[in-house]
Design a protein around this ligand. Structure first.
Ligand SMILES: *Cc1c(COP(=O)(O)O)cnc(C)c1O
Length: 404
């Protein structure tokens, strides 16, 4: 709780461990972790207490749908880790967090500006649900601030960023984009799942709302779905109200799992970042690879902005095959032993998926600076295995892939 100046690795250990949630009143000592407070019903002292009601904020027993100490402890921890935030709301998934933010901040007649490299379900929410509600969506090229400025209209109320972008990993100039938005009275939200607040502090870079899928780095063990939204007042209160309208609540058991994951997040991110860098450096030297899209890699697209604005990375990046068709790519992926084929990432285990961004993009499928090669890509999520074993596995993949 104390010591805001402490370093991030210390803060993930300390955050949210309020004595009132880890100890019994009037008794010395306490638990390291807040217990799992399961419960729908919170009891009132008497009818006068019931009539008095409760403030609509964390820390006040009211009814299970507003959470209890286990969830509040996680909210407090995430707020402490997010510089500039004054509150955090939890959601049953990252997508639920994104949908709630969009619903809370947009109304019929408004327009959403969405980064072209957004997580695909974010685009689907905008193109489907929001459209039905009379909210239009326009995409923008995250690498072109001038075009972003030109796309803003009277109706633009919110811009949604994501950096690095899903699949293609473009790093946008967040301070430039948010400054433009601010000048036009447009709010900005960012999907900060890749970096987490340990790697990028959205509110310090001009964003109004920071969204994260806790399913990834915070959970960290591929056994949990959850999302969070953090912001300063009054925005966080608006989002909280909408979350309550929608009846959004996460279970105390899941909140305890997320807290458990959070405690090791800094060390897991440090390890997956260094391993990813090692694998990315190796991939960059392989003749089968035309481009490595890993912002942490010197010389890779987005590296300069990453170095300027970010304080950390993670294990997730993509690469483009120099010369492959879909069958050759499938041979490569199927030959891998240590990389599971699956969605999501941020767990302790490595994963791979084929990447074909073109079908969901209005602007270039790959960053312009990339020599497109075959145009076929793969995304790797580097886990906690020994990077040398991962490289050996990839080497076998390329051998199995052979030539087209
Ligand atoms: C996975 C992911 C989400 C969605 O999170 P879920 O918890 O799976 O709903 C949102 N944004 C990004 C960038 C993601 O990778």
């Amino acid at each position: 709780m104390s010591g805001e100046k402490r370093r991030p690795a210390t803060r993930v250990v300390e955050a949210g461990r309020c004595p009132e949630w880890t100890s019994l009143e009037g008794q010395p000592g306490g638990m390291v972790n807040p217990p799992v407070w399961r419960g729908s019903t919170h009891l009132y002292e008497d009818t006068a207490d019931l009539a008095k009601g409760r403030p609509n904020a964390d820390g006040h027993f009211y009814y299970g749908r507003r959470g209890g100490p286990t969830q509040w402890s996680l909210c407090a921890a995430l707020t402490e880790l997010e510089p500039g935030a004054e509150g955090t709301e939890l959601f049953p998934s990252g997508v639920a967090a994104i949908a709630a933010t969009l619903l809370a901040l947009l109304q019929p007649g408004d327009e959403l500006l969405l980064t072209d490299n957004a997580y695909e379900p974010t685009r689907s929410i905008a193109a489907g649900m929001l459209k039905r509600l009379g909210v239009t969506m326009r995409t923008f090229d995250p690498l072109d601030p001038d075009a972003f400025a030109a796309a803003i209209s009277e109706r633009t109320k919110l811009a949604m960023l994501e950096s690095p972008g899903s699949l293609t990993m473009e790093v946008c100039d967040a301070p430039a984009l948010t400054a433009i938005a601010k000048k036009h009275g447009v709010l900005t939200a960012i999907d900060n799942t890749w970096a987490s607040p340990l790697g990028f502090a959205p509110l310090q870079h001009g964003c109004d709302v920071s969204i994260m899928s806790l399913t990834k780095h915070v959970g960290g063990h591929s056994d949990l779905m959850m999302g969070s939204v953090a912001a300063a007042k009054p925005l966080i209160e608006r989002i909280r109200l909408h979350s309550q309208y929608m009846g959004q609540v996460v279970s105390p058991d899941d909140a305890a799992l997320a807290l458990r994951g959070l405690r090791t997040m800094a060390i897991r991110l440090a390890r997956t970042t260094s391993s990813a860098l090692e694998v990315a450096e190796w991939l960059a030297q392989q003749p089968q690879v035309s481009a490595v899209l890993c912002p942490m890699l010197p010389g890779a697209p987005g590296h300069d902005l990453w170095q300027r604005d970010f304080t950390g990375g993670c294990g997730l990046f993509s690469f483009v095959f120099a010369d492959a068709d879909k069958k050759a790519r499938a041979r490569f992926i199927d030959a891998l032993d240590l990389f599971g084929i699956g969605f999501s990432w941020g767990g302790y285990e490595s994963l791979v998926i084929p990447v074909d961004p073109g079908r969901t993009r209005d602007f270039s499928a790959w960053p312009e600076s990339v020599d497109n090669g075959s145009g076929l890509g793969a995304r790797l999520a580097i886990g906690l295995e020994d990077p040398e074993d991962l490289i050996r596995d990839l080497e076998r993949g390329f051998a199995e892939m052979g030539t087209i």
